[in-house]
Design a protein around this ligand. Structure first.
Ligand code: ATP
Length: 400
């Protein structure tokens, strides 16, 4: 069906339902062949965005463009998109093969094959060889979802849209199926927009993700970039576990160069230690060295002014895997609250003067030490521990 979409663009898209603005303003550019994921909490507008791309909804304002051409008024069946929903929506009275063949109701197979061959080829692609004569009810949830995928792929769509396709499946099956979906997508090279509320799933499968919140886009980027350099407090807290801390800049490089002293803080000790690209931040009555946001990051961190300076409020984050017991240049003393043994690691919850911190340890064994307050995998007493992090493992999220 037609040529492939090379690019999907949403330009200033707004969607209102009566008084409710489901999307306040969405600008997106989805590239040819990429696996692009919309991720965010329930109600943030992911499904609405997908339905606007599919053509099931019309924007209140703004435009949806396919390859630069305005698709806003084009009906769904003329857009050449394949859609897979959360609830499979297979026809119970049809066999598996008939369900897949239903995807060809508007068009002949794109590769010139006959319909039977096309259906058999697709069933093989989704690993369901030999199950064409069954009814959907005789399949597992994961198998049914693969039938739905094969049906969406049958006409050779220009664009594949997947809305929470795995949310009805158990965790192990989701992991397996998401890998299969990713493999099929990259083998076909079909531009794919995937909706999930599961940030781990988003990081695992996507070329790029758009993190959504409250009807808008918070950040777009490759999974690693979004994880390592969250551009807002919301992204820092939503994507993966994180320790998000608020403080105040008490010294930057200029301050040290001029030899000034900050009242109330003993900076003498650090004067010689603070590198040119670091600043010192007070959180409560503790101070930490953290990196100054560089020019590149200032662009990414939405709230970051051109040149952060002493007195500015700052939000930064440190991942649980970067918080270490008895190590790191920046130190603090916290109280152990609880621990979760996760098999390959242990997540330890700490209280630091009313702030909740999380530390991830690769080896639970290292915590079972005298005097650490941690005695067993999930069995911890409420001892005090010293934890630390290195300045380069802190990431500045916002400066105000
Ligand atoms: P979920 O993960 O729970 O499916 P979502 O991110 O996909 O959430 P949407 O379904 O896009 O969110 O909904 C965004 C907002 O728009 C919500 O507040 C929702 O209640 C509202 N909304 C969606 N569809 C309609 C509708 N047809 N009429 C009125 N409000 C709607």
């Amino acid at each position: 069906m037609g040529r492939r979409v090379t690019e999907v663009r949403l330009d200033g898209v707004r969607k209102e339902y009566g008084e409710t603005a489901a999307l306040s303003r969405v600008d997106l550019r989805i590239r040819d062949g990429e696996f692009f994921t919309l991720v965010g909490p329930s109600g943030c507008g992911k499904t609405t965005t997908l339905r606007l791309i599919a053509g099931f909804e019309t924007p209140t304002a703004g435009r949806v463009l396919f390859d630069g051409a305005d698709a806003t008024g084009v009906p769904p069946e003329s857009r050449g998109v394949g859609v897979v929903f959360q609830n499979y929506a297979l026809f119970p009275h049809m066999t598996v093969a008939e369900n897949v063949g239903y995807g060809l109701r508007f068009s002949d197979p794109p590769d010139g094959s006959d319909r039977r061959e096309r259906v058999a080829g697709l069933l093989s692609l989704v690993n369901l060889d030999g199950l064409g004569d069954r009814r959907p009810e005789a399949l597992s949830g994961g198998q049914q979802q693969r039938v739905a995928l094969a049906r969406a792929l049958a006409p050779g769509p220009r664009l594949l849209l997947l809305d929470e396709p795995m949310s009805a499946l158990d965790a192990r099956l989701r992991e397996r199926l998401r890998l299969q979906v990713k493999e099929i997508q990259s083998a076909l090279g079909v531009t794919t927009v995937y909706v999930t509320h599961d940030q781990e799933e988003a990081l695992a499968v996507s070329d790029r993700v758009a993190v959504m919140n409250d009807g808008g886009i918070e950040q777009v980027g490759a999974p690693r970039a979004v994880y390592r350099r969250p551009g807002s407090r919301f992204v820092a807290a939503f994507v993966g576990h994180n320790n998000v801390l608020d403080g105040e800049i008490v010294a930057d490089r200029d301050r040290f160069d001029s030899g000034d002293e900050m009242e109330g803080f003993d900076l003498g000790r650090e004067t010689g230690e603070l590198d040119a690209d670091r600043m010192r931040v007070a959180v409560g009555d503790e101070t930490f060295a953290i990196p100054s946001p560089d020019v590149a990051e200032r662009g990414a961190a939405s709230g970051t002014p051109e040149s952060p300076s002493v007195g500015d409020r700052i939000t930064f984050c440190v991942r649980p895997e970067h918080l270490r017991l008895g190590a790191g240049e920046n130190r603090l003393r916290a109280t152990v609250e609880s621990a979760e043994f996760l098999g390959d690691s242990t997540r330890v919850h700490l209280d630091w003067k009313g702030r909740r911190l999380t530390l991830r340890a690769d080896d639970a064994g290292m915590y079972v030490e005298e005097g650490t307050g941690m005695h067993g995998e999930n069995d911890v007493s409420t001892g005090e521990v010293e934890v630390g992090f290195d300045p380069d493992d802190a990431h500045v999220v916002e400066v105000r």
